[in-house]
Design a protein around this ligand. Structure first.
Ligand SMILES: [Zn+2]
Length: 276
């Protein structure tokens, strides 16, 4: 129908059109997907060293959303030259590539993994809370890496300072990434933290997963929250299978417990207290 024809329409023609359109509506709903509103977003071409985590940080889109929007099999399944759809983005942004640790940074980090019981001097004081923490007011999306009882909390342990929390668990239970991030260190060792993975996150945070029996993550890889990186074990200085989980901010250990969501046991306890 051309525009000019519209004026010559009579009532009969309108009736025909109405009947015809009633007949066609159910079919047209299936037949014209092109008429759906276009999803907002941009296409980003992957360049060397750019990981899904780096893209997620630059565009502020969670890794899981990027995986879903692009039908990726995993966060590491990203090839140079691939065009990625970034949902919700208005323009193409510059994305910094992943930078591996320098040999000095690596040495420092490895030294800090020799023993999880740090000397009390220089350790953050739990009795005297720090001024306003640097992430204050920012939402920290963090989950438990495994489900289990905290057998040894963060803080003083005898004359030393336990830099993380020990979560009890049977061997080989999947250890999950607490937040979206990138693998800074993944190394096998029979000393200190044992087989350990260190993940770098946004806002200067890092998380550490110690004593694992297997590691299924590679340095430089992007990982999404909840992704398995290994299995619970008892490697390094350990008396039985458990996960030593540590949260650091700018390299300083912090108590992760207040930032983690409530456990089912805690929720039930709270509910029973309310009833009394
Ligand atoms: Zn520990």
């Amino acid at each position: 129908m051309r525009n000019g024809d519209r004026k010559t329409f009579g009532c009969g023609a309108l009736l025909h059109l109405l009947i015809a359109s009633l007949f066609f509506i159910p079919f047209s709903a299936f037949a014209s997907p092109a008429q759906k509103p276009q999803k907002q977003g941009v296409y980003h071409t992957v360049t060397k060293g750019v990981t899904l985590y780096r893209i997620s940080l630059a565009y502020k889109v969670p890794i899981a959303k990027l995986i879903e929007a692009n039908g990726l099999s995993s966060p590491s399944a990203l090839k140079v030259g691939r065009s990625l759809f970034i949902p919700g983005a208005k323009k193409v942004l510059h994305v910094e590539p992943f930078v591996p640790l320098s040999s000095l940074e690596r040495k420092d980090l490895e030294r800090s993994l020799e023993t999880e019981d740090k000397p009390v001097a220089g350790a953050p004081s739990i009795e005297r809370p720090a001024e306003k923490p640097p992430w204050f007011g920012k939402e920290l999306d963090i989950i438990w890496p495994i489900q289990g009882k905290v057998n040894s909390p963060f803080g003083r342990r005898g004359k030393r300072f336990h830099a993380g929390i020990d979560i009890a668990s049977p061997s080989y239970q999947e250890v999950k990434t607490a937040m979206d991030g990138e693998i800074l260190l993944a190394r096998g060792s029979q000393k200190g933290y044992g087989n350990v993975v260190v993940i770098g996150h946004d806002l200067g945070f890092s998380t550490i997963y110690g004593h694992m029996n297997v590691i299924i993550a590679k340095e430089g890889e992007a990982v999404r929250q909840g992704q398995a990186i290994g299995g619970v074990g008892s490697t390094g200085k350990s008396t039985g299978p458990h996960l030593h989980f540590e949260l650091r901010h700018d390299g300083r250990p912090l108590d992760p417990r207040p930032l983690l969501p409530m456990t089912i046991e805690e929720l039930l306890k709270k509910a029973s207290q309310r009833k009394k």
